[in-house]
Design a protein around this ligand. Structure first.
Ligand code: F6P
Length: 319
């Protein structure tokens, strides 16, 4: 009898519950027992493991957050914590673990696989910072949220004839800024991948202002530096009154959009099927329109690339 455990780890993202639902129902369909671990790797260390049934995941597909809870576990990185987690898996007779989370969480999954546990990773983070998959689950909902928020910020920015620097999440990845920047028709984006300097952005704003443009929206990724400092310098260089909006955790909440529910359901379904293979340690991703299986170790070595073609479209269409 295969016993599969599912845990959600790291920053929550819209679509986590849809992943849990798909894992549980696919596992039962495949004849396996399925267990939910509370609060990510923290709960694995503390033995917070419970059996899940078809009905345990009813009415959650559309809900934000995660019914299992999540954490960023420092203890899992210690020898003591890691050993305890392995002990818990043994006590419950769990031979397969599915980890849903971002880069740090999938690296935790890799540590488990190195200790001989069959592990499958599901890419789940609003940041879209994993190189092996085109999209992480939760990313497009976060972009939707930013797009909606900026449409409101635009109204007030236009009314006052100001500039607004909208700071978005993403850690070291500029994708939330890039995709929402395109979707809102932002004048410029500032990203950790260092595509444009503040001087270039300021120069473009001056050209647009001289042409009659009344207001300026700039989306800045949190990993690109301090938005307050950027705004101060931008105001000095351009003479345009400049405000800052930090969107923060609003980007992580809310119900997943259709794209994220589709990705969550199909990737999680594949994760369970792959987990039933012998000596299975995989990462599931979505590339070129298809759900695909990668070796976990190799997947995490693939470098995340900045999407220059989307950036080119943004630049051309925001002139
Ligand atoms: O990993 C997702 C993320 O939302 C990042 O974009 C952000 O930098 C970070 O999590 C914030 O994490 P925390 O919940 O620890 O404050």
């Amino acid at each position: 009898m295969n016993r599969i455990a599912i845990l959600t780890s790291g920053g929550d993202a819209p679509g986590m519950n849809a992943v849990i639902r798909s894992v549980v129902r696919t596992a039962i369909y495949e004849g396996a027992e399925v267990y939910g671990v509370e609060n990510g790797f923290e709960g694995l260390i503390d033995g917070k493991v419970k059996r899940l049934y078809e009905s345990s995941v009813g009415d959650i597909i559309q809900r934000g957050g995660t019914i299992l809870g999540t954490s960023r576990s420092e203890r899992f990185r210690t020898e003591e914590g890691f050993k305890k987690a392995l002990g818990v898996l043994e006590v419950f007779g769990i031979n397969k673990v599915i980890v849903a989370g971002g880069d740090g969480s999938l690296r935790g999954a890799l540590d488990l696989s190195k200790a001989g546990i069959d592990v499958v990773g599901i890419p789940l983070s609003i940041d879209n910072d994993l190189g092996y998959t085109d999209y992480t689950i939760g990313f497009f909902t976060a972009v939707d949220t930013v797009t909606e928020a900026v449409s409101r910020i635009r109204d007030t920015t236009e009314a006052h004839g100001r500039a607004n620097i909208v700071e978005v999440m993403g850690r070291d990845c500029g994708d939330i800024a890039l995709f929402s920047g395109l979707a809102v028709g932002a004048e410029s984006i500032i990203v950790p991948e260092k595509i444009e300097t503040i001087e270039e952005v300021a120069k473009k704003a001056i050209v647009r202002r001289n042409r009659g443009k009344k207001y300026h929206i700039i989306i800045m990724a949190e990993g690109a530096g301090s938005s307050e400092e950027f705004a101060e310098k931008f105001e000095d260089l351009t003479g345009i009154e400049t405000k800052v909006t930090v969107l923060g955790y609003v980007q992580r909440g809310g119900k997943p959009n259709v794209v994220d529910i589709m990705l969550a359901s199909t990737i999680a379904n594949k994760a369970v099927k792959e987990s039933l293979r012998e000596n299975a340690s995989f990462a599931i991703g979505y590339t070129d329109g298809e759900v695909r299986v990668f070796d976990l170790k190799d997947a995490l070595k693939i470098e995340k690339k900045f999407n220059r073609s989307v950036n080119d479209v943004l630049n051309i269409t925001s002139i």
